[in-house]
Design a protein around this ligand. Structure first.
Ligand SMILES: NC(=O)CC[C@H](N)C(=O)O
Length: 274
């Protein structure tokens, strides 16, 4: 039916946040938020073209073997699809059609390793950065303050100053492939989110910066602002009671901050795609 915002979350091979992400899309106003197993896509039973908003959820794709999301990236880049265009081709068309992709945590790692981020000059499927082991050498599970770059083209962070969201990952350190890639990311404001202190000043200090990420980068977008990935989990803060101190902090708003990113995505689709 015309006028419906349709989101899809790819599941399978070790994702574990698909339900929360689909719920976030619905809370944000998407009329459709399907959870679809990757096997359904590869069998040609479901096509990306039927959706506006592709979500790549967190988890442990292929058990983090070969590095988080690396095997999953190869699957999406190279596996054939029965009786139709490959996933890589479907994703390319999806992006050309002006649609939205958001990857959270393992989904962000997947986007970076597929070359969907930062996709400088619109070059998709050419990896130019990675996400690797946290400097602490261990899995980090904690809440983080995030400063928003208001000059970023990122569709999802429009109108926001800062966020408070949890991270839970072992490989969250963003590392660009070269100084030139980093310089381009900075010059084009493709890092909309940075780990920060409570006053929202970006920081390299552990544990405020939980992984030692280059320039404290916590999230990256492409030059169009429609492709976006972040290590923190916005789908894990949708309601007041998700906040770690909700029983003690007064005046917490009913709505969690993570929902704002999904609201911006849904609004963008209504205004620009439908
Ligand atoms: N929460 C997640 O998505 C974790 C991503 C990945 N398995 C890591 O540990 O880095």
């Amino acid at each position: 039916m015309a006028g419906q915002v349709k989101a899809v979350v790819i599941a399978g091979n070790g994702t574990n946040c698909e339900r929360e992400v689909a719920f976030a899309c619905r809370l944000a106003g998407a009329e459709v938020a399907d959870i679809v197993h990757i096997a359904e896509f590869l069998a040609g039973r479901v096509r990306l073209e039927d959706y506006h908003f592709l979500n790549l959820a967190g988890g442990f794709l292929d058990g983090d073997d070969l590095g988080s999301a690396k095997a999953g990236a190869n699957r999406l880049l190279h596996a054939p699809v029965a009786g139709g265009p490959s996933m890589a081709e479907q994703i390319r068309r999806f992006v050309e059609d002006g649609k939205l992709i958001m990857g959270v945590c393992n989904g962000f790692q997947l986007m970076v390793k597929m070359g969907l981020l930062p996709a400088l000059d619109g070059n998709l499927m050419q990896q130019s950065a990675t996400l690797t082991f946290n400097d602490s050498g261990r899995f980090e599970d904690r809440w983080t303050y995030l400063a928003v770059d208001g000059a970023s083209p990122c569709v999802y962070t429009r109108g926001l100053d800062g966020l408070y969201l949890p991270v839970r990952h072992g490989e969250g350190k963003f590392v660009p492939a070269s100084d030139e890639v980093l310089a381009r990311i900075e010059a084009e404001h493709l890092a909309p989110l940075r780990y920060a202190d409570e006053q929202l000043r970006p920081t390299m200090d552990y544990p405020l910066n939980p992984n030692g990420s280059t320039r404290a980068i916590a999230g990256v977008c492409d030059p169009t602002g429609r492709l976006f990935g972040l290590m923190p989990h916005p789908e894990a803060y949708l309601h007041r009671t998700h906040h770690p101190r909700w029983t003690r902090e007064e005046d917490l708003p009913e709505e969690g901050m993570g929902l704002w990113l999904y609201r911006n995505a849904v609004q963008f689709i209504r205004e620009n795609i439908l």
